[in-house]
Each structure stands twice: as C-alpha cells, then as structure tokens.
Design a binder for this molecule. Structure first.
Ligand code: 6PG
Length: 499
C-alpha cells in the first residue's frame, strides 16, 4: 500500500470505505479536504484510491493500519466511522484506543446507530476520547454529492467538525429549495444538541420516511387495483402532483419508478417486483419509542405493520382464497374526481405523518431536556435527505413563528390546508373501505386527525371499564383530576368511594 506523506496533514480520517464511507470521502475531497482512509477490506481501499485520484491527486491517503491513520492527523484528531451500527462501532473504537487515540481526539459515528446506544457510548468513552455522532441521510448519492447531516455531542467537537460538514452537506437557496452540488447555499448540516439527539432526529426522519413511502404506495394500489390504471399512467399522475404541494423526492422517484419498463419483459418493472418489503429496523425503533413515551404516531406504526404484513406473502395468498369479500362494485365517481380525492388525501395524511414525527421529537426533547430546535431540524431536512419536500419550508416557517407549537396541525397555514382538502380525504377513506383496499397509512392519519380535534373521547367509558374489573379508579370531570374515585361495582346498592 502506498502513502503519499507521513506528515499529519489530513483534516479527517474515514474508517470504513464501503458505499457510504467512500462517498463521504470523495465528497470531502471535492470540497478541498485531505482524508486518511482505512478499511479492513483492501478492495474498498483500492476503489476509493482510484476514484479519489480522478478528482485530485494527493488528497486521499490510503492507510493500512489504524496507527498510520492516527499519524496522519493533527491534534485533536477527527476520525469518522462509517461502519455498520452495533458492536462493530465499539470494536473499532477499542482498536483505535489501542492504537494510541488521545482523550481530546474526536470520533464520529456516522452510522444509523440507535440513539440510546449513542448516549451509552458517550458515557462509556468519557475521559478516553471525545465521542461525537452524525447521522447521514440521502443514501449513496446524498453522501457523495450532498447529504443531510444530523450531528450531536460535545459543542467543542462541533467547532472542529462544522466546517467540513457544512462544506459537504446538501444546500438550499433563499427559497429553501435544493441547489446543485458544489453551489453556494444554506447547508443542511444541523447540530441538534446533546449526545444521542442527532441519531434520535434521524430515527424519527426514518419513521416519517417509512410512513411517507407507505402513503404513496397506498395511492398506487388504489389507482392500480381499484381503478385499473396502468403503472405508467400513475407515474404521469405522480409527476404532475410533484409540480405542486406534494413536491418531494419520494414523489419524484415513485413517478420515475412507475414509468420504468421491465428489462426482461414488456411489463412495468414495478409489477415484476415481489411485494415483500424489507426493513432494517429504524421504523420499528420509532414506533417503539412513540409507544414508550406515550406520544401517538399511528401512521408511522402502521407503516411498519404494513411492511410486516407484506412479508407474510404466503399467508396473504391463503387469505385471498379463504376470506370472503363483499365490496361495493359500482363506481360512480369520475376518474378526475377520484384522482383529486387521492391527491388531497395523500397531502393531508402526509401532514399528519410530519405532525406525528415532530410531536414525537418534542415529547422526547422535553423528557431528555435536549431543547431541540424544530425550525432548524425542518430546515436541515429541506435538501439531501430522503424526506426532502417542498413543504418543509412551510414547516420551518411554522416553527420559526412558534418554536413551542403544540402540534403542526395547529399551525394556521396547515390548518387551512387541511380544512380545504378534508372532505376529499374523508371521501377517499370511505371509498377505499367500500372498494376493499387497505389504506392503513391514509386511514390511520384521518383517525389521528379526528382524535386530535375531539375534546371528548370515549375514554370515560374505558376508565369505568378499568375500574369495574380492576379497581383502577377514575377522576371526575367536576372534581380536581388528582382526586380518584372507585365504585364498588359488585355491591348493591353501589356506592362511589373517594380514594
Ligand atoms: C436515509 C435512509 C437510509 C436507509 C434506511 C432504509 O435517510 O438515507 O433512511 O438511512 O435507506 O436505512 O431503511 P430500511 O431498509 O429499513 O427501509
């Protein structure tokens, strides 16, 4: 292996030169930084070396040991890890410590780590190194030409990392719209706060991503299976929607996918793809977190269930034979009416998904005392990340106007947006039910909305049920909530007891 110099002239080291590590490295080189790289897999090092040389000779230093990596970095050393989340992170850090890492050296975990692991690591490595994290969104292309970065940890470490992250991150112009790579603009690199918060924000980003993808899939299924439209036609509809309020990366790629023909048959490619969804776990983490903190995110949870249901292919095949279905078969709506209803349902449901995600972040931020800045988070998602969408500019404005906004749906602009489209949303949910198409994302979002706007829910009966069989007590509406009551349900005459 060749190294060009042993002087500590590199700005940063990248450990792990797989798809993401290599792309981040090349992006750093594009932006004028010198990078020392290491990977246990020599072909990854060779590949990165070759691609780096095409951009600029001498900015990438391929290293064959961690000791060499350390020798190429001035103090405090800045070392990014691009390795799979989990135990590997700790094993690489242990090797770095054995190689001579100093307590002031900054180690950045750029993987999709579980946020509570990040907090635990921060504590565990106190005094041994400065543990920092940066969650990266945008996949391979994002990492290469402009990702969204969610950094957290020590503020002092951020000062060292910030210039590099600001340089490589995706940028937006003064209207909040993405600009081309290497063009000037506001960087989508957000320092979210204390350790763990960046990975938490990325986890919620992925929860929103899951739900947003699911909503689009539901519209596709409705148009394809109920209305009988061809994939290409649906792709055209999505392209048109992508010109308006639904403009987003996920809308754009869905339109593109639907217009793609299979490489072997003349069918649309999408119809040749097995309908079993994979998942790596971040959606499940978000759903679990919402249940644990008691902050409802039903559409996010439903999108995880939808992936689980999709993977039960054999059982669904059996269900198709065994379960009798009685649906409305007579469709009276014009196609243009159905398309308008689906458009509005998708938009309203999408707003509810983002409202759930931001509400979840607000709840956890308060519990962890992170003081997350939601306007900054929304700003940081306007480019580079998978959920980038034009309406993140309006979300930014909503939180700039009221940083403590209780729920995104309470913002005046979004309140108006939903009001004007609500009836179409309801018609879409009603029709989907009549025609027998499952819309767990769009439907659960409507139930979320209807619960959110309902001052009185039937939990009064539920509390009575709990008291009936378990003496769990209840509060009365005409007494302070802290005062609990219980009825001796099995006694006659029944009496109410103050607890
Ligand atoms: C991103 C993505 C990225 C990845 C997900 C996919 O922001 O760039 O979210 O992190 O695509 O991990 O997750 P699933 O495999 O669970 O769909």
């Amino acid at each position: 292996m060749t190294t060009t110099s042993t002087a500590p002239h590199c700005h940063i080291a990248m450990i792990g030169l797989g798809v993401m590590g290599k792309s981040l490295t090349l992006n750093l080189i594009d932006n004028g930084f010198h990078v020392a790289g290491f990977d246990l897999n020599s072909s990854n090092i060779q590949q990165t070396t070759q691609e780096a040389q095409i951009i600029s000779k001498g900015q990438f230093v391929a290293c064959d040991s961690l000791e060499q990596i350390l020798a190429h970095l001035p103090s405090p050393r800045v070392i990014a890890l691009s390795v799979p989340a989990g135990d590997i992170v700790d094993s690489v850090i242990t090797d770095l410590l054995n190689a001579g890492l100093n307590p002031q050296d900054i180690v950045i975990d750029t993987g999709n780590s579980l946020w509570t692991d990040t907090i635990a690591r921060d504590k565990h490595y106190q005094g041994k190194l400065n543990f920092f994290s940066t969650a990266v969104s945008g996949g391979e292309q994002g990492a290469r030409f402009g990702p969204a970065l969610m950094a957290s940890g020590d503020e002092h470490a951020w000062e060292y990392v910030k210039p590099m992250w600001n340089a490589i991150a995706a940028k937006v112009n003064q209207h909040g719209l993405p600009v081309e790579p290497l063009q000037d603009g506001e960087a989508c690199a957000t320092f979210t706060g204390p350790s763990g918060s960046g990975h938490y924000v990325k986890m919620v980003h992925n929860g929103i991503e899951y739900a947003d993808m699911q909503l689009i899939c539901e519209v596709y299924q409705y148009l394809h299976q109920v209305i009988g439209l061809k994939a290409e036609h649906i792709g055209d509809i999505f392209s048109e929607w992508n010109q308006g309020v639904l403009n987003s990366y996920l809308m754009e790629i869905s339109a593109d996918i639907l217009k793609q023909k299979d490489f072997q048959s003349d069918q649309p490619l999408v119809e040749m793809i097995l309908d079993k969804a994979g998942q790596k776990g971040t959606g499940v983490w978000t759903a679990i977190n919402s249940l644990e903190v008691g902050c409802p995110a039903p559409s996010i949870a439903q999108s995880v269930y939808a992936r689980s249901l999709s993977s039960l292919k054999e059982r669904r095949q059996l269900g198709e034979q065994k379960l009798a279905v009685i649906t409305e078969t007579h469709k009276t709506e014009a196609l243009s009416t159905t398309i308008a209803e689906l458009h509005d349902a998708l938009y309203c449901a999408k707003l509810c998904v983002y409202a759930q995600g931001f509400d979840l972040m607000k709840t956890t931020s308060e519990q962890q005392d992170w003081q997350l800045n939601f306007a900054e988070i929304a700003k940081g998602w306007r480019a580079g990340c998978i959920i980038r969408a034009v309406f993140l500019q309006s979300i930014t404005k909503a939180f700039e106007a009221d940083p403590q906004l209780d729920n995104l749906l309470f913002d005046q602009h979004f309140g108006h947006e939903i009001k004007s489209r609500q009836l179409n949303w309801r018609r879409c949910v009603a029709n989907a039910s009549l025609y027998g198409v499952a819309i767990p994302g769009i439907g659960s979002a409507l139930s979320y909305f209807d619960s959110m706007r309902c001052a009185t829910l039937p939990a009064n009966l539920l509390q009575a049920q709990r008291d009936y069989f378990g003496s769990h007590t209840y509060s009365r509406i005409d007494q302070p909530e802290s005062q609990k009551y219980h009825v001796e349900w099995s006694h006659h005459p029944r009496t109410e007891i103050k607890k």
